[in-house]
Design a protein around this ligand. Structure first.
Ligand code: GLA
Length: 384
């Protein structure tokens, strides 16, 4: 039980007990990739791996942070935190965002324990930001409405840490429910919990994500450019995701902008089709996952040989109904959906063959749609 671990870490670092313990999960996205920052729809699930944050009011003017995963403890000015490029920027970013909103974040002693794999594209940073947000809001005596917490955590990432990402990761980490995927309309922030009872194999290709940040920014800029050009023809277009495939076929856009726009438009339609299916109680439509993967590979250019290999190989395993890359791409993780027994039977052989083919040891986990953020002693959906 990881609450025990984080309490033990807290006691070792600061002595005594924390006043609050909050936790938040990592995520995988079922479908709807690179649509969130284009005003589209996404359908992620929370995974059964979480980050735990224990906190207590400190003394003096500085906040302190320790993490079980990091060698060095951190310290920052509790009134005016400054970005340093260190791991505790995620915590300092939440403090900075609280101050910007006029909430007084008290100096704090913070301990972090997590079993969300770092750097694998499973949103370990969103899990840390969301858990920190809930813990620090509780310390400050501010009632934590989950959506507000997600928005605050998201701004901490975009404004303080400096990575302009969409809202998917923080939303699902804050708002997910067990046994459900989270359908998010990223233009309005509206959400719907859609039943999703199947197991998901998460496969980490173990490809370093050196390129992910810069390629992500390039795609985001391409999408902005595509939207600007499309608005010359359709001035009312609210976002790139809102352009229909038919409207796209009536315009001339330079490449690669046309391919990027086609992906965003069609992917949003795939999310809607998947949601309709799940709402009706039907299982995940594997063909939509495959279509999504192919579009990410061919139109969005964010796959990798390793991710393509996994999808092809997973689809040959009995009982696997769909597979695709998940998250930003360019390495990182892919998923396969099917019956739990089938996934458990298939995974070791797939992993061994992968290592033989690419010389990298992959990691894999099986998850079901898990719970979103919670504060110990409060209901999991408290304040949602
Ligand atoms: C990253 C970002 C998300 C989303 C995905 C692509 O994971 O953090 O906001 O844009 O890429 O769908």
């Amino acid at each position: 039980m990881s609450e025990r671990e984080v309490r033990a870490l807290f006691a070792r670092a600061y002595g005594g007990e924390p006043c609050v313990v909050a936790s938040a999960p990592g995520r995988v996205n079922l479908i709807g990739e690179h649509t969130d920052y284009n005003g589209g729809e996404v359908l992620p699930i929370a995974i059964a791996r979480r980050t735990w944050v224990a906190a207590r009011r400190g003394t003096g003017e500085r906040s302190r942070a320790v993490s079980a995963a990091e060698r060095s403890p951190g310290e920052f000015d509790a009134r005016e935190p400054v970005r340093t490029g260190a791991w505790w920027d995620y915590i300092a970013g939440v403090v900075s965002e609280m101050e910007r909103r006029g909430l007084v974040a008290p100096p704090a002693e913070v301990a972090v324990w997590s079993d969300v794999p770092l750097g694998a594209g499973l949103s370990s940073s969103a899990a840390l930001e969301v858990a920190t947000t809930l813990a620090l809001l509780a310390l400050a005596g501010v009632a934590a409405e989950r959506r507000e917490a997600a928005l605050l955590a998201h701004r901490a990432e975009c404004e303080f840490v400096g990575l302009a990402v969409g809202i998917m990761d923080q939303f699902v980490s804050a708002l997910a429910r067990p046994g459900h995927a989270l359908h998010v309309w990223c233009d309005t922030g509206a959400v719907e919990h859609v039943p999703m009872g199947e197991s998901v194999l998460i496969f980490d290709t173990a490809v370093p994500r050196a390129l992910r940040g810069s390629e992500y920014s390039t795609r985001s800029a391409e999408c902005e450019r595509a939207l600007a050009l499309l608005r010359r023809r359709y001035p009312e277009l609210p976002s790139l995701a809102a352009v229909s495939p038919e409207e796209l076929s009536g315009v001339t856009l330079p490449e690669p902008l046309l391919r990027r726009a086609r992906h965003v438009s069609e992917e949003t339609h795939r999310v809607r089709r998947m949601v309709e299916r799940l709402r009706s109680g039907a299982p995940v439509d594997g063909s939509l996952l495959i279509a999504s993967h192919e579009s990410l590979r061919d139109l969005y250019d964010c796959s990798s040989p390793e991710l393509d290999w996994f999808v092809a190989r997973a689809m040959r395993a009995p009982g696997v109904r769909g597979a695709r890359l998940t998250g930003a791409g360019w390495g990182g993780c892919a998923i396969a959906v099917g019956d739990e027994d089938a996934l458990r039977a298939a995974a070791p052989a797939i992993a061994a063959e992968y290592e033989g083919a690419f010389g990298r040891a992959p990691r894999w986990w099986i998850t079901a749609a898990a719970a979103g953020a919670s504060v110990a002693g409060e209901g999991a959906s408290g304040g949602a």
